[in-house]
Ligand binder design. Structure first.
Ligand code: HEC
Ligand code: HEC
Ligand code: HEC
Length: 199
């Protein structure tokens, strides 16, 4: 059994890795495990928080700082009578776990690549891409029945006597499942994007 008495480095490593520890008590190992787990959980929360502010989403990328954030700042979702603000992530990032983690990881990678390639680095490029990007957002919101809008605007809390007749009539289409918020309310934080003119 020469092979076993003189195992390769990899095999030695695995044997060491999976054999019970002689030096460390189970308690010490548990403490280390808990520390590693806690660091991962806290680290994730801090990362989500830091990358979830308007400052980060609105200014980390040149394109957002220049074209997207200034429009958001002019909308009723930024400053308004009651001082309730809707931030980028309130509308654009899922609110439930673990969805938010996968979504942010994916968006982070695609957005970073697009930013590095400068795909919307100038006004001209942004205008050209805007319709496509807006449609990605609309598709997502149509698919989830405008879930993010409804985290703040709860139709069950609608007081119809305080809405215009027109709004009450239109909102029946939502309650009966015939239309979702985003089909009627586009351009609520940005300039209404225009469909490209037929060539
Ligand atoms: C973080 C909470 C929040 C989220 C998320 C949110 N809103 Fe709002 N929304 C508000 C507040 C607060 C106001 C009231 C602003 C005011 O006092 O004028 C408002 C106002 C509005 C208005 C009336 C003013 C306007 O801009 O026309 C519409 C329409 C509206 N929201 C639609 C939406 C839609 C559609 C979504 C999803 C894409 C959405 N909201 C997401 C909080 C939110
Ligand atoms: C079928 C179209 C339609 C759908 C679907 C719809 N709305 Fe509206 N909404 C309207 C119309 C029309 C008005 C009135 C606009 C006005 O008075 O200027 C309105 C008004 C509003 C207002 C302003 C109310 C006020 O008194 O200032 C808010 C906020 C709003 N809608 C949010 C939503 C949200 C959130 C959803 C989804 C849960 C939704 N709407 C679904 C058409 C719709
Ligand atoms: C109240 C909800 C809301 C907020 C707040 C919001 N967005 Fe949007 N965003 C939308 C919707 C809805 C669209 C789809 C186009 C439209 O209807 O304006 C969109 C579109 C976009 C687009 C595609 C290009 C375009 O203009 O259509 C980008 C990029 C974007 N948002 C980034 C941001 C960033 C960055 C912030 C914060 C600085 C932000 N958004 C804040 C709802 C929001």
């Amino acid at each position: 059994m020469a092979e076993v008495s003189n195992p390769g480095a990899l095999r030695r490593f695995f044997r060491w890795f999976f054999s019970p520890s002689a030096r460390w008590s189970v308690f010490a190992l548990l403490v280390v495990g808990c520390l590693v787990g806690a660091t991962a959980v806290i680290g994730t929360q801090v990362a989500l928080h830091v990358t979830g502010t308007d400052e980060f989403c609105g200014t980390a990328c040149h394109s957002h700082e220049k074209f997207v954030f200034p429009e958001h700042k002019l909308s009723a979702h930024y400053n308004n009578r009651t001082g309730v603000r809707a931030s980028c992530h309130d509308c654009h990032i899922p609110h439930s776990y673990p969805k938010v983690l996968f979504y942010k990881a994916k968006a982070g990678i695609t957005d970073a690549i697009a930013e590095m390639r400068g795909s919307i680095s100038t006004q001209e490029k942004f205008d050209k891409e805007r319709w496509r990007l807006a449609n990605l957002v609309w598709d997502e919101m149509r698919e989830n029945n405008s879930a993010n809008c409804r985290t703040c605007h709860d139709p069950l809390a609608w007081e119809s006597t305080k809405q215009s007749e027109e709004a009450v009539k239109a909102h029946k289409k939502f309650t009966s499942g015939k239309a979702t918020c985003i089909e009627c309310h586009t351009g609520v934080a940005h300039k209404e994007p225009e469909a490209p003119k037929a060539p």
